[in-house]
Write a protein that binds this ligand. Sequence first.
Ligand code: MIC
Ligand code: SF4
Length: 645
Amino acid sequence: MSIIIGMGKTLCYKILSEHLAEGKLEKGESIRIRVDQTLTQDATGTMAYLEFESLGLERVKNELALSYVDHNTIQVGFENFDDHEYLRTVADRKGIIYSRAGNGICHQVHLERFALPGKTLLGSDSHTPTAGGMASFAVGAGGLDVALAMAGIPFEIIAPKVIGIRLEGKLRPFVSAKDVILAVLEHFGVKGNVNTVFEYIGDGVKTLSVPERATIANMGAECGVTTSLFPSDENTRAFLKAQGREEGYFPLSADEDAVYDEVYTIDLSTLEPLAACPHSPGNIKKVSELKGMAINQVLIGSCTNSSYMDLKKAAKILEGRKVADTVSLGVAPGSREVLLMITEDGTLETLVKAGARILESACGFCIGNHQSPGTDGVSLRTSNRNFYARSGTASASLYLVSPETAAWSAVTGVFSDPKDSGADLSAITMPEKFIIDDSAFIYPKFRDEIKRGPNIGNPPENQAMKDIIHGHAVIKVGDKITTDHIMPAGARLKYRSNIKKYSEFVFESVDPSFPSRAAELRDKGEGSFIIAGASYGQGSSREHAAICPMYLGVKAVCALSIERIHQANLCNFGILPLIFRSEDDYDSIDEGDELELDNAISSLKDGVFILRNITKGKEMTLTLMASEDQKRMLLAGGRLNEVRR
Ligand code: MIC
Ligand code: SF4
């Protein structure tokens, strides 16, 4: 239902109209926007810069380009450090600011030091919308899209539908920003929100600081929206001032009479502590319903909840208490700035005395890089994703909660409501000044030789699309298949720069025989089809979930629906994203069926493909999910082939 409040502009459309480079700014239209800022992180960054290099440009062309090292800092083996060296040297050569390992998680650091109201930001990480807490139109994308944005090429999006989320009232003590976004997830779910922007409006917005807004914007990614936006107001000014960046402030918000496609109201004062239960961020329950369940791990950190105030609140609850004997508590400050702050004011000491293990300011546990729970473990985390097997322990159950719930549960050893801690959190507010130390940023001096370790290889080549695509349904999967299912991270993360090796792990947790079966077909000159249910490719922006299948000879993904970033990655690497017209068609295909797409090239034009199931003697129609630009990429066998021509 469309709620017409007036004829004014939303904040989203204000920023988009300022950045419109091509197309008609009307909902549902494909448009291109100018990208002011870009960010990459190491796990997607090596490919992004290899792709950027292959464009043959001397320097990046956008206003500000950042390369963060935060995902893979474990350094078991030479691969990670070699990646960091490649990233450092390519940044120096091409005019990119390099944020070295230890400086913190890209989204937290970007919010602190670079995000600005009214700017567009494109990042090769799905949680880039964190900067929406600062009124920046910040979008996650595959590495190749970010490489092209660094080359000054405007980014393609579908002009979104804008949902106004009206916040009223004020959060009660022990209920936090995390509970707000968990309530949003409860209502909107993790699928069906593509090409949508959440815009936070209403008086309740004023009660939230920028780091709290960032927590909410961060996890909008789990709903699958393009981005989330908060206005720029006095709280934004206060945060920028405390970061010594007040000159970047200006007020920016939707018009009073802005028109939204839908308005959803949340009364903050009625919320209570919530948790996302296994294995989806959309599987929400009240903490009161889970109360008493034994737990054995608590991890506080990640780009969602690792700000200074988050750690202060957790420490206040832990103060003078001990972590339960049965629980392992880890705390990863989101940035070096946060670490310096908690060191100076004694919060670090409180945490250590309570029994917390202090972890590096990095993604670490969140991506399953370390801190895997034990067999059948129950782990409470303040992060944003609890996908199956993401922690590195497939039998573990991950619950996503606020820092307050996490801290109190660490003390009691069971799922607990933080209000029972009796701690007084009322004095914890945003500081007037953060400790500013930018010495872990390396600014380009254009003098280094680019270093490439033996694990670093160029993205593989793909052939132009063929008119007859013949092959087999090599795998059939259900709904909500995440990019963690398709391309595991954790222990496999170190192969991000080595596509041949990384391809050995495609669908590892679903069917480890997939890579060898697909490669066998490829070597016989046949194609592979992936058959999937709804919301295929949820989660990460990792383009490896398209590049590695492409390398193994996957020609098409036939699904009930595909998530935005993954769909774009498939097109970028020449894999057809095809949508079934009915569930019956999906049901009618079995793994192993011999399939064929005839007249594929001419089908591109109107986007209607006929799939012949040779095994079943049946035909069905699928719709191509691609813009006109993406059709050209598909024809060329991927975007790199197209731009290099
Ligand atoms: C994630 O949280 O899933 C990641 C790891 O940050 C990914 C990026 C990646 O896979 O490298 C993301 O969110 O895009
Ligand atoms: Fe890092 Fe986790 Fe945030 Fe992804 S979600 S950027 S892995 S902290």
